[in-house]
Structure formats: structure tokens, C-alpha cells
Design a protein around this ligand. Sequence first.
Ligand code: PMP
Length: 407
Amino acid sequence: ETTFDINKIRADFPVLDQKVNGKQLVYFDNAATTQKPKAVIEAIKTYYEGYNANIHRGLHTLAEKATTAFEETRKTFQQFVNANEVEEIIFTKGTTDSINLVAHAYGRKFFKSGDEILISGMEHHSNIVPWQLLCEATGAQLKVIPVKEDGSISLADVEDLITDKTKLVSVVYASNSLGTINPVKEIAALAHKADAVMMVDGAQAASHCNVDVQDLDCDFFATSGHKMYGPTGTGILYGKRALLEAMTPYQGGGEMIKNVSFEETTYNDIPYKFEAGTPNIADIVALKEAADYISALGKDNIMVYEQELTKHAHQVMAEVPGIKFYGTAEEKVSVVSFTLETVHPYDVGMMLDAKGIAVRTGHHCTQPLMDHFGIEGTIRASFSVYNTKEEITQLAEGLKDIVSKFG
Ligand code: PMP
């Protein structure tokens, strides 16, 4: 059992203290985006009220203050994901942006016709479509690791699918639709044996898992700030220095250059080479507070608590008549995906909202995965540190009520 002071944690998240449709809000849509603690909200306000300025080039006091705060977030993330060097942390708009960056700046430079890219069958569209675009542009081919009935993938399948043509393997650390935690460290080792690079989609991992990019030995790691209690429009791409240095820039513009002339332009060093234009300074400054918030609670404590919540959910929700769970692998984050035999997911979502309970319904941007299970979509309840067992019991009771009235 964890020793979290859950009331204190809940008090840190102002949005939770409200009624929705006359009922106390129960927020279970954390895999889509998490709520923000006061520290994050305050940091945005403090920045705009106190030292808003463009970064890097200014010599004046506000510009220096803003630059220092911006770069503090980078240092914080170096530690947060245990990168070897601070320059290996690139700021992006989010996971989607990070993956597109790699597909362009690495893929378009190094891939050719006949090369293979390996992803899994449970990928988010943002870890599918950028590779399809890359395949269209280069003639490379996309291959897919099959998903098993319990929502996991097997290393034997990965081994079979990696060939001497495989140039890149990109797999989600924790599935947003099923919760499955994939053996990304082992997959990275298999990729490296074949001289392929390994990319990890860590959109769901940063808030739920203890990410260590050096231990995983992945080449690229992408995540989104807004799924780890940080602001929207912020993200991270971690990349190994040698790879980042070998890549072409993703976008051209200010900040990413050393020297510009009409005859020849030279590029800035990493990470700035990949940060063209004025970045989302305020939100990236505030993102530090989100990482600090997680670190202060303790990543291991969070994992223990969220496991308790997930176990409780599977127990109490199993009593709902006609419920079917998707994603029952042993290793999973706090995502519970299910359907009800007699009520359509969209109707369930609407009726839960009437009870003040926010869940997500649909394909969760993983249409191929839904096709694999032969369904249109699921109902997804995803839990964070501020959720409680009581809320989950309330969800289970709500579902029973819906089935008895409308099933
Ligand atoms: N991958 C996974 C596993 C996700 O859950 C998400 C967000 N739902 C993304 C990628 C895309 O992240 P973003 O929309 O923040 O770019």
C-alpha cells in the first residue's frame, strides 16, 4: 500500500474541485491528457507576469532570465529520462512532433527503397502515419509486430520480423488503448543486433513508468508534456548525440543556424539545430514543474499506487454484466479498456458523463488495433495519481446501473 496523502494531491489540482452535470467530477481521461497541478499553472502566470522575453539572443535581463528558465527544463528532463548529455534533449510540440522529426530528419536522410521499418500492431496513429509518409517518400516498407489476445507482443515475433533490411524499430512503451507495457529494452537489443535504430513512443510512459533511456538503450525517445501533468504544446525528443548530429535539420529558420548567406548556410549545434523559430517558452518553462511534481511524489510510489488502482478496477468492474476487457497483460499501466455486450461505447460515455464521470470512447487513435480485435472502439478509463479507489467503485456502480437500465 502506498502512503500518498491523496487529499493533499487532489488539492494540488484545482480543476478536480468541480461538479459536472450536478455530480462531483470523476476524471478518468488521463491517457488523453492529465490535469495540471497549481505549480504548473502558476509557473505560466509567473513567466508572463514577470519575465516574458524571447530567449537565447537577448542580452537584457528578462531575456536572460527566460533563457535560464527554459534551459533549466532541459536539464530537468536530462535527469528525468536519464539522458547522458543535456544536448540530447530537444524540445518539441509533443510526441507526434517528435516522431515526425525523426521520420524526416533521420528517415529521409538515411532510408532508401527496400529498407524496412518495424512497428507494432498497437501503435498510436502518430507512430504509424509518419512512417507511412516516409515509406511513400523513400520506397521503404512498413512491417508490423502482431498483437496477441491479451494485448501483448512476443519477442519471438519481433526476432522473426527483424531482418538485415530493418533500419528502424519503433514501438510504444505503454499502449494508450490497452495499457500494455512493452519490453522495449529487449526489443532495442534485438534491433541493435541487426544494426537498426530503436525509437520508443513514450507518450504514456513518462507519467506512469520510471523511464531511463540509457538503461533501455533506445536511440530515440518521444514524449508529451501534457500527458505528464504539464502544459499542452510541449514535448521532448531524446536522441543519442551521434545520431542527432548525423541528422539533417527538420525545419529551417531562426535559432537553428550558425551562419546564413544566400550561398551557404551552416547549422547550429544540437539541440538548437532542431529548434527552429521561437519555441513555446512559457509552457516549456512550466513543464519543469510537472517533471518536478512527479519526481517529488516519486516515480516508484506512483507506479505502486496506480497498480493498486488498476487491480481494484479489474476486480470491481469484472462484476459488471457483459463487460469485456481489452488489454489484460500482466505488465500494464493504469489504463482499463472495455466494452459492454449490450450498450454501445458512445452511449456508455454519454451516460457516464451524466453521472459526472469522464472516460474516453472510440478507437483512441489506434484504428488498426481496434480492427485487429474486430471492434469499432472501446470505453477507456485511465487513472492518475489523483484518482481514488472510491472513484473507481463509483464507475463500476455507474456501469451496472447503465446495463440494468439500458442493456
Ligand atoms: N503515442 C501515444 C501512445 C499516445 O497516447 C499519444 C497521445 N494520445 C500520442 C502518441 C500522441 O501524442 P500527442 O498527441 O501529444 O502528440
